[in-house]
Write a protein that binds this ligand. Structure first.
Ligand SMILES: [Zn+2]
Length: 228
């Protein structure tokens, strides 16, 4: 079947994001996976057992809303596609999902340390806090089910003893949340080695959240905006 220009562009975007993840230590070997909504019935997904740093547009897999390859598709989707589908089902506003093992974020997820400190305008405005979803065995429904309680309020999660998950209105949005999440984790970690971070007052946090709402008008959810 002939591909639309949009589909070709999305395939190339998935490969570009995969390269960035791999080059920025957000996944060793074949770690991580990326998906994007193609239309109401179909998604594009990174293939199983391929390094995210070495994908080509031909390797990307077309699947239906149940995660099954569409008729004629010979590529096989990531084993973690269940987690992506779970996000799409709970968040109709989401059109792209990224799962990775960023180094500093994963260290936080392994040490049981959620990202809660308010230390930089960017992380407060974009992410607020990043909780840890309880551990679930990879490739089983335990992993997606562990995220359910967080999906309505958060656009980025740590996955206990595993890695991180981010999602958004488009692939750049989802990918930048992953980068921002890991930068936040790195800063918090390094600050803890350097006497501890100074945190914003609640009044400063409130001002940043007001900026998010009025000036930046960011899409997606935020724990300080979307409540309990
Ligand atoms: Zn993983």
């Amino acid at each position: 079947m002939a591909r639309s220009n949009d589909e070709q562009t999305l395939r190339e975007q998935i490969c570009d994001v995969g390269k960035r993840l791999y080059q920025r230590e957000m996944g060793a070997a074949n770690d991580g996976n990326i998906s994007v909504r193609l239309d109401d019935e179909r998604l594009l997904c990174s293939p199983t057992a391929v390094s995210k740093g070495f994908m080509t547009p031909e390797m990307i897999c077309v699947i239906d809303n149940d995660g099954e390859p569409v008729a004629g598709e010979t590529n096989r989707p990531s084993s973690e596609i269940k987690m992506h589908l779970h996000v799409y089902r709970h968040r109709p506003d989401v059109n792209a999902v990224v799962h990775a093992h960023p180094l500093y974020a994963t260290v936080h997820a392994i040490c049981g340390k959620p990202l809660t400190q308010q230390v930089m305008p960017e992380s407060t405005i974009l992410l607020g806090e990043v909780p840890i979803a309880p551990y679930g065995t990879p490739s089983t429904m335990d992993l997606p089910n562990s995220t359910t309680a967080y999906l309505a309020r958060y656009d980025a999660l740590l996955l206990e003893n595993h890695g991180a998950l981010s999602y958004g209105a488009d692939l750049n949005n989802a990918h930048f949340k992953m980068e921002a999440l890991d930068y936040y984790a790195k800063v918090v970690y390094l600050a803890s080695q350097y006497g501890g971070a100074q945190e914003f007052s609640q009044a400063e946090v409130d001002k940043l959240i007001e900026l998010r709402r009025t000036r930046f008008k960011l899409p997606g959810r935020h724990p300080f905006v979307d409540g309990e």
